[in-house]
Design a protein around this ligand. Sequence first.
Ligand code: SAM
Ligand code: SF4
Ligand code: SF4
Length: 366
Amino acid sequence: MQRKIISILTECQPGISPPDTAGDMPSTVHDRLARPMRDLRISVTDRCNLRCVYCMPKQVFGKDFRFIPHGEMLSFEEITRLAGIFTEMGVEKIRLTGGEPLMRRHVEKLVERLAGLKTPDGRDIDLTLTTNGSLLAKKAQSLYDAGLKRITVSLDALDDRVFRRMNDVDFPVADVLKGIEAAQAAGFSPIKVNMVVKRGMNDGEILPIARYFRHTGIIPRFIEYMDVGTSNGWELGEIIPSDSLLAMIDAHMPLYPLPPNYPGETASRWRYRDGGGEIGVIASVTKAFCGDCTRIRMSTVGRLYTCLFATDGFDLKPLIRDGWSDAQIARVLALHWQNRDSRYSELRSANTDMPGKKVEMSYIGG
Ligand code: SAM
Ligand code: SF4
Ligand code: SF4
């Protein structure tokens, strides 16, 4: 069976005829570890105006770095068509990411198209976007008006000097805070704030960020620094394990745990005992959550990745540009997902040999 799936996938690569289908879309599909495909992350650009040290270090993403030329990117029509096929197959949640998604020109137009997608039983899909917030003050209202109702803003420090050191382009924190205020004023809910914690760089900002967002309704989420890609020089000693982080916050602002909102939620949820609000902790390194991972990722050029730590992607662009029907594309997507056995973080925890050349975070999005 396995060999058959692999050979069908190989045959489906460009230049080979599309699979024969009776015209029906395969509905919910499960991978080799019985995980359904539920979340689609779409990277809309690989470019970014920041150079966060843990994601796009300047030494690698410098002046000579060759970003994807515009003509090679999927158009909004192509993204929407593929997203529609994914939703027919059981995807209920779509996150736009990048690079910096707000740097893609007229991204609101894409939001408007995606916001109209429905699940097969008629529910609105859950559409969200992760941004560094630098352009949010300008764009919050137009994104909201286009149909985006939830948003995640990355913010690694409140202290301006620390923030500038993290983003490495001297970008001021005040502008991101203005972006978050604009998102609140526009009506976004929930607003989540992602803080990647790197030991020795911004761990002193954990408590200030936790305090700053108490009683605001905004949910800060603390993320363990991950070994994504191959350019950030990651070392295990640079993470702050989520248990220590929680103990630190709990000692000042006591917490109690909340149940997950849905199976496979990446963040564990906690609430302040005094009613000050909620926080989340994403223990991607110390408590791998591969067992419930229902995420599939599509890069700016239409390559499909079944894991954040994948080494290779499957190219969908020739399929949509060579006249394949939705049902034929869906068949290939189903085969691809059925062949999936990704569980990188669990294997990392078990200290198994790891793949070498992993795809960069800025290429497929977080
Ligand atoms: N540019 C946008 C932003 O920063 O929000 C979207 C793309 S960014 C790749 C998505 C998320 O991945 C951000 O919250 C970022 O902090 C996180 N991220 C990037 N590199 C990471 C790493 N090595 N470990 C953990 N999280 C990382
Ligand atoms: Fe850009 Fe986001 Fe990566 Fe920072 S984390 S460099 S903002 S893509
Ligand atoms: Fe999912 Fe891969 Fe992350 Fe595991 S390592 S949770 S399979 S993206």
